[in-house]
Design a binder for this molecule. Structure first.
Ligand code: SF4
Ligand code: SF4
Length: 345
């Protein structure tokens, strides 16, 4: 990795240059909640000033740029004696500015599963390779527990990462593309003073975390507590809405839908993001449902996130952003569920 420092003014010019050449997305305030708090989302921007880089957290994560809620996998054309299939996964180069460390770490987890796993997704890979990702540090929201899971800092999964050291950003350059992009930009070598400021900034951020979760030994607690009444207590509250999976930066379960157009001349196959909390998630042909109880569905989501299976066996995939806790209308949040389980143990 290569390190540089850049003034905030110069950084703004650099980003405006990127925006001029590429489709670019950044955090924007899109609404206000009933309690007055701003709601942010990553949206397309046409200038640096449209973004709010001091945003707290976006409602959805950057995952949806790589795993959209719905995407066409292929389409078919039928003729009298033949059929043709077309598959398209080309993506135009694009830029995302301002992703937070836990969101980038979530992408690094998805990379392991969807790029380097047993069944790599060419659709995901195309999007990932054609996206220039600029990350940015921030003061954590009060309910974020990413530090407990070791995702408050980031070392991979981005092209460029910016840490705020006052008048300047301390840049970590993590790809040749970022190095080339910065070649004609006024960015210097960090001085000793800059290094000290960086250490102080990181210390300040580490100490700003208010929420935490005890994850030491969590996988064995989950093994032991498989039949715990805690699952029923929280499962009974679940509305089976699937919102938690939709906003989660690492949930990647999906369903496949095939639609034949009226006239029977063409059809399309689409991948739709799905949630293991939805009633029919484990329902198979013939109507049998392997997880008819909501407590079981909720439990399996927790096991996937904190105990792991298949590609992420033994590795938690939760990065601690608490988006699921914020989105859940039933008040189910991972911190309280895990704390209940630890009490059981
Ligand atoms: S806190 Fe919730 S939304 Fe965030 S990564 Fe963990 S399970 Fe997903
Ligand atoms: S958001 Fe809450 S209520 Fe909806 S499925 Fe997830 S845990 Fe259940």
């Amino acid at each position: 990795m290569i390190y540089k420092v850049i003034t905030k003014n110069e950084f703004k010019k650099f980003i405006n240059g990127l925006i001029g050449e590429n489709q670019t997305f950044g955090p924007k305030q899109v609404d206000r909640r009933a309690d007055g708090k701003a709601v942010y989302q990553f949206m397309e921007v046409s200038s640096f000033d449209e973004m709010d880089l001091n945003y707290t957290v976006t409602y959805s994560s950057v995952k949806n740029f790589f795993l959209p809620f719905k995407e066409e996998l292929s389409h078919f054309k039928f003729s009298d004696n033949d059929w043709e299939q077309a598959v398209e996964y080309r993506v135009n180069p694009r830029v995302i500015v301002g992703a937070r460390p836990c969101d980038i770490n979530a992408l690094a987890i998805l990379d392991k599963i969807l790029m380097r796993g047993a069944f790599p997704s060419p659709y995901y890979i195309a999007r990932r390779k054609n996206t220039f990702l600029i990350g940015m540090d921030h003061e954590p929201p009060e309910d974020c527990f990413c530090k407990s899971l070791g995702h408050d800092t980031v070392h991979r999964g981005f092209n460029l990462f910016c840490e705020d050291i006052g008048e300047q950003y301390y840049l970590t350059i993590n790809s040749s593309k970022a190095f080339v992009f910065l070649k004609n930009v006024k960015a210097g070598k960090p001085t000793k003073k800059d290094d000290v400021k960086l250490i102080e900034r990181r210390k300040l951020l580490r100490e700003s975390f208010q929420a935490r979760v005890e994850v030491a030994g969590l996988s064995s607690v989950l093994d032991i507590e498989f039949k715990s009444p805690v699952w029923k207590k929280w499962g009974d509250k679940c509305l089976n809405c699937g919102s938690c999976a939709m906003v989660c930066p690492t949930c990647y379960c999906y369903g496949i839908e095939e639609t034949i157009d009226v006239g029977m001349k063409s059809s399309r196959k689409e991948r739709v993001q799905y949630s293991c909390n939805l009633v029919d998630f484990a329902q198979v042909a013939g109507g049998h449902n392997f997880r008819p109880l909501k407590e079981d569905r909720l439990k399996y989501r927790f096991y996937h996130h904190y105990r792991g299976f298949a590609e992420n066996a033994d590795d938690p995939i939760c990065v601690g952003c608490n988006r699921c806790g914020r989105a859940c209308l039933a008040g189910i949040n991972p911190r309280e569920v895990i704390s209940d389980l630890q009490m059981e143990g």
